[in-house]
Design a protein. Structure first.
Lengths: 201, 232, 223
């Protein structure tokens, strides 16, 4: 799967991080810990081949990620720390756009289930701009279910969530890892989620 | 020739040649101005105002030449990842802008007695004015980006895209029927200019080149120092 | 087939997005008409003068009003991370640039194209020139969209001085203006001028994905 070897990233004058080694294998959950500005987002974006590393290499299925990144993208969901839902549109429109754009094979019933568990079913016809920050964050997680892919790369998924939602995320993560999926997420603290690997930046 | 692409080699070379170049440019300016004011004849049509040519033509050539070199360095910097190209672009753009401005001002001073107006909307003049605005945009771009890596690459791309203006400036007098006179000096044919006017023109051109190189050396050295930690 | 679906639903998304903000596009068109009024007030309502300089005014204002919406070209998608998501969905940056260019053409320039006949009535432009105007603006606006893509992707990271983006477009649209207005004023050389315009379109269209894609990648990398 994804193997990161001796990765370092440099910006104009300073090193952001050095010699990171990690691997995403089926069924494991990796947490990326670190203070603000320690380069968690940078590392995740480097793993997505958006930022070029200054040293080290990333392999996907035995090939260099640079040569093979569209295949990697086909198996990856990335959730950034910004909200990617379109603020001008309703929740329903957003869900529809995602379902079509990602050519999802999820049926209506599953979507409804997911919306219900995320407690978003009352907001279906409201604009995203009227939702609270936590709710837009939860709406973002709907993409995990819609895209239905193996590798999850999540940037600060647990910030701004209440305890119920964190509990929900915990279950979702365990469920996904039991289905041979792999997760890497960044967070400055671990609220009791079972992780197989911990990386300190 | 490594000093043309390597900052530290350039620094060594610059220390070596800066003073000679500066002295040479002063001498050439002295000789050239002497020639152009006293030792060259009046034009039979244009009278004494033809002497503006000795400033106008070299500055126009250098405005184009500067942009052409910037284009070359942009290609080098983007395609072969030579950071010196970015340094060169940042440092040299204001010099080109000044040359273009000299060219425009001297041209309109020349145009007033000859054509009767300061400015006409003819192809050559317009394209040179656009060249000037392109230089200004490059300078403003250099000032308005926070992130240096983005800034220098974006500027290099812009220089490349803007280089379409160069052939338009060069050939505008041939392509369109304009008020501006066509080029009198070209390599392929015998120049249609008298040797007595040719001498001061050539001397002034070299003087402009030398002063350009001297200022460029100073500006490039400043630029290198300002980003020293990046290159070492 | 998947790829085609992605393209179709890219435009579905753009359609939804633009329809929810339809007042933005309408504001552009109102800006266009109000500036025609201002022009006529400032030069006086003399029919003869207006019909001489009408075409020039029309083209200038079309250019100015289509640069108004440039800021939105990539900025929204850049800031909320949708550019990364589109890229992760298998579209390269150059291809995103092409799709976005056409989206700008369809949702911003076509409304202008449709409002040209009304503007022609206001500016006293003869009916037989309408075809030439449509032909030149149809090609010219696509060139403007390409240039808009290049300049707005260049200025994504430029928080201080966004007006530079509009200046860049206006500089490079000088030849387009020359040839398009030439088409309308010299109808006998219609074929040659429209070919030149078409050539410019092909050049700009070839440069666009390369330059915009590079700038998008650069801005995402350093954001």
């Amino acid at each position: 799967m994804l193997i990161v070897k001796d990765l370092s990233v440099e910006r104009i004058n300073k090193k952001i991080f050095e010699n990171i080694n990690l691997s995403l294998t089926p069924g494991n959950i990796t947490i990326l810990k670190g203070k603000n500005g320690s380069g968690k987002t940078t590392l995740l974006k480097t793993m997505l081949n958006i930022i070029e590393p200054s040293a080290g290499s990333i392999f996907w299925k035995g090939k260099l990620l640079k040569r093979n990144f569209y295949d990697f993208y086909n198996h990856t969901t990335y959730i950034a720390d910004t909200t990617s839902s379109l603020k001008k549109l309703t929740v329903k429109d957003n869900v529809n756009i995602w379902r079509k754009f990602f050519i999802s094979n999820i049926n209506d019933a599953q979507i409804e289930m997911a919306l219900k568990t995320l407690k978003l079913d009352n907001y279906l016809n409201k604009k995203v701009a009227t939702l609270s920050f936590g709710e837009t964050k939860k709406l973002e997680f709907l993409r995990l279910i819609i895209e239905n892919k193996k590798v999850w790369i999540l940037d600060e998924p647990l910030s701004n969530l209440d305890e119920d939602s964190i509990e929900l995320m915990k279950q979702t993560f365990e469920d996904h890892s039991s289905k041979e999926g792999s997760i890497i997420f960044s967070s400055h603290q671990n609220p009791g989620i079972y992780v197989t690997e911990e990386i300190e930046l | 020739m490594k000093f043309l692409v390597n900052p530290s080699k350039f620094n060594e070379m610059a220390d070596y040649i800066f003073k000679p170049v500066l002295i040479l440019s002063i001498i050439l300016f002295a000789i050239g101005l002497l020639f152009s004011f006293y030792l060259s004849p009046d034009d039979y049509q244009q009278g004494s105002s033809v002497r503006i040519m000795y400033v106008h033509v070299p500055s126009a050539w250098l405005a184009l030449l500067t942009y052409a070199i910037m284009t070359l360095y942009s290609i080098m910097a983007l395609a072969f990842r030579i950071p010196f190209g970015f340094i060169f672009n940042t440092a040299v753009a204001p010099i080109g802008a000044v040359f273009t401005l000299i060219c425009i001002i001297s041209g309109s001073l020349w145009g007033k007695p000859m054509w009767g107006t300061w400015w006409v909307w003819d192809a050559r003049l317009t394209s040179v004015a656009i060249l000037f605005i392109i230089y200004l945009i490059i300078i403003f771009m250099n000032l308005s980006f926070e992130n240096r890596i983005v800034r220098e690459k974006v500027v290099a791309i812009f220089v490349l895209v803007g280089s379409v203006n160069l052939p338009i400036v060069k050939f505008s007098v041939d392509w369109w029927n304009t008020l501006h006179q066509p080029a009198t000096i070209s390599k392929l044919s015998k120049p249609s200019i008298d040797p007595s006017m040719m001498t001061p023109l050539i001397i002034m051109t070299f003087a402009f080149i030398m002063i350009g190189i001297a200022i460029a050396i100073l500006r490039i050295k400043t630029e290198i120092i300002s980003r020293k930690s990046y290159l070492s | 087939m998947n790829f085609l679906n992605k393209i179709i639903f890219f435009y579905y998304r753009e359609y939804k997005l633009n329809m929810s903000g339809a007042q933005d596009i309408l504001t552009n068109i109102i800006f266009f008409f109000v500036s025609i009024f201002i022009f006529i007030f400032s030069i006086g309502p003399d029919k003869q003068t207006i019909s001489i300089i009408g075409v020039g005014i029309l083209w200038t204002l079309l250019l100015l009003s289509s640069t108004l919406s440039l800021r939105k070209f990539y900025q929204d998608d850049f800031e909320n991370g949708n550019l990364i998501i589109m890229h992760l969905n298998g579209l390269s940056f150059g291809f995103i640039a092409i799709l976005k260019t056409f989206s700008h053409f369809i949702f911003v320039q076509i409304p202008f194209l449709l409002s040209i006949p009304i503007a022609c009535i206001l500016l006293n432009i003869a009916n037989d020139k309408l075809f030439y105007l449509f032909a030149s603006f149809g090609i010219g606006s696509l060139i403007l969209s390409c240039l808009g893509s290049i300049s707005s992707s260049m200025n994504l990271m430029n928080q201080r001085n966004f007006l530079l983006g509009s200046v860049i477009i206006m500089i490079f649209s000088v030849p387009i203006i020359i040839f398009s207005v030439g088409i309308i004023n010299m109808e006998e050389s219609f074929n040659s001028l429209i070919n030149i315009l078409f050539g410019i379109l092909l050049i700009v269209f070839a440069i666009n994905p390369w330059a915009s894609g590079l700038c998008l990648k650069l801005s995402l990398e350093n954001n």
